[in-house]
Design a protein around this ligand. Structure first.
Ligand SMILES: Nc1ncnc2c1ncn2[C@@H]1O[C@H](COP(=O)(O)OP(=O)(O)OP(=O)(O)O)[C@@H](O)[C@H]1O
Length: 317
């Protein structure tokens, strides 16, 4: 378990992490989500004692990191995949780590096998691709057989096979009862991996929720309608107790409506429809709405907020 209480980090005027309180529990994958610059890496560095909090407290298995007896046996972390001595082979990198932490040599062979690097174990780390470096970083995290694992953006720059491998590994580590804490700025990735979500923006806690709860709250659907008889349609819908909102592009949207229900109503009242399409808000869009206020650097696309709310799956003339 990792516990944060009022954790805060300032760099001069900048508040990178602002009064974070939450717990990361065992037996599940907890996704740590936030836009770029939200404070994820700073939080993870404080968990590992690499950055000193300005205020608050963080504990790993009930203790501050620097009071852990065998840190690598309590928590393993991948923060920066390329932070390896490039002139060393994968085998020697892991062997040095094992020897300086009282970890038996056989674990080096075991973790090389787990991450699929046995065949290239004697090659210099500087010749490794990003995917191989990520695997080596994960092997180092697993070396002490820790109950807690922490990965900072582990799928960045990986090909689909590498992404699938990391996803499967994280789930299997959680299924073994371990605590798995993984950061990402992609909701779509977390939706496939995490059981629990902690969302931050500008250093503040925005959500601490189960993935299932987040999906249930944010997977609302709507129906998009276009008609050459808008006034008639609105009257028919209004009489049926249905609220339609104009999108500003000549179409209407009914939040949570069913297309068959609206289509039948329109047919019964002889209203001509040119479009009747169900739409689903994606989790990525729900995440963007949640963090919209806290994104530091917006890209100005010129797209109006109403059009960004729902997936634009075509149908626009
Ligand atoms: N050593 C530092 N000195 C000054 N400011 C810093 C330092 N480290 C981080 N920051 C600032 O703190 C904020 C949080 O940064 P952090 O790297 O923790 O965010 P992040 O969520 O990990 O972002 P990303 O997804 O881009 O990696 C940013 O505004 C960053 O510029």
């Amino acid at each position: 378990m990792i516990e944060l209480a009022g954790l805060t980090k300032r760099y001069g005027e900048k508040v990178a992490v602002n009064n974070l309180t939450f717990a990361v529990r065992p037996g599940m994958v907890t996704g740590f989500l936030g836009p770029n610059g939200a404070g994820k890496s700073t939080t993870m560095r404080m968990i590992l004692g690499l950055d000193r909090p300005t205020a608050g407290d963080v504990r790993v298995d009930g203790r501050p990191y620097d009071r852990l007896k065998d840190p690598l046996k309590s928590i393993g972390a991948l923060l920066e995949a390329r932070a390896v001595h490039g002139g060393r082979s994968a085998y020697h990198h892991l062997l040095c780590l094992a020897q300086s932490n009282g970890i038996p040599k056989r674990r080096v062979h075991e973790v090389l096998d787990t991450v699929g690097l046995t065949a290239v174990a004697r090659k210099k780390a500087r010749s490794f691709s990003l995917g191989m470096s990520q695997r080596l970083g994960i092997a180092a995290a697993l070396l002490g057989d820790p109950r807690i694992l922490m990965f900072d953006e582990p799928v960045n720059g990986l090909d689909p096979e590498g992404i699938h491998w990391i996803r499967t590994l994280m789930k299997s580590l959680a299924a073994q009862g371990r605590t798995v804490f993984v950061s990402s700025h992609l909701m779509s990735e977390m939706a496939l991996t995490a059981d629990h979500l902690v969302v931050i923006g500008q250093g503040r806690l925005l959500a601490d929720t189960s993935m299932a709860g987040f999906i249930e709250q944010n997977s609302r659907s709507c129906v998009r309608i276009r008609t050459p008889q808008p006034e008639r349609l609105l009257d028919v819908l209004h009489a049926a107790g249905i609220t339609a909102v104009a999108t500003g592009t000549g179409a209407f949207e009914v939040d949570g409506g069913k297309p068959e229900h609206i289509g039948e109503l329109a047919a019964r009242h002889q209203v001509v429809l040119h479009e009747l399409s169900p739409r689903q808000a994606s989790l990525e869009e729900a995440f963007m709405r949640l963090t919209a206020e806290s994104v530091e650097y917006h890209a100005h696309t010129g797209t109006p907020p109403a059009a960004q709310r729902w997936g634009d799956g075509g149908g626009r003339s």
